[in-house]
Design a protein. Structure first.
Length: 177
């Protein structure tokens, strides 16, 4: 698993292209430098926001070809450790997908990548995360200042939603169990 090219298709390919495009021609600023950066972050965003998405086959009206954006195999392999960590984390935490704790542990460690359904679940979080990132950071934006504002708002929302209620004591309690 995570040893070959990954392909975004349809609307997700278009959205990845937008997420990795220069939004300010003066500074050459981008939200994400490369497709692999989106691929590494999107599943976590999708999981945390509870968003999955089905494969999409939106076509380019000029060519009638399904839109594609690739993450080259060497980039996937280079990021394999991070991608495996994210996969394991999601398999461990996704109680809706697998209610049994022992089975989640097995999916994450013993049988990682053996079940096509597990990989499909992970990929659905990738696509859902791409949708969240696009909606929060790109959709409806028309100026570089708006991109920066959207990014700031997203980071602030993320902090409030997922980090504000966590204290150092809570982390220490979890680590000492």
């Amino acid at each position: 698993m995570f040893d070959k090219q990954y392909r975004f298709r349809g609307r997700h390919a278009v959205r990845v292209d937008a997420l990795t495009s220069v939004f300010d021609s003066n500074s050459k600023a981008k939200l994400f430098d490369r497709n692999v950066d989106v691929y590494a972050n999107a599943p976590l965003v999708g999981f945390l926001y509870g968003r999955t998405a089905e494969q999409d086959d939106t076509r380019n009206p000029e060519t009638n070809q399904v839109y594609n954006q690739n993450v080259m195999g060497d980039r996937v392999i280079y990021s394999q450790e991070e991608l495996q960590f994210n996969f394991r984390l999601i398999m461990l935490l996704d109680k809706d997908y697998e209610p049994n704790e022992d089975a989640r542990i097995d999916k994450a460690f013993k049988h990682m990548g053996e079940n096509p359904d597990d990989e499909a679940r992970f990929d659905s979080y990738v696509r859902g995360g791409v949708d969240v990132l696009y909606e929060k950071l790109i959709e409806g934006v028309s100026s570089p200042d708006e991109y920066v504002t959207r990014l700031y708002d997203f980071i602030e929302e993320f902090q409030e939603k997922f980090n504000d209620e966590i204290s150092s004591d809570d982390i220490l309690k979890l680590c000492s169990k």
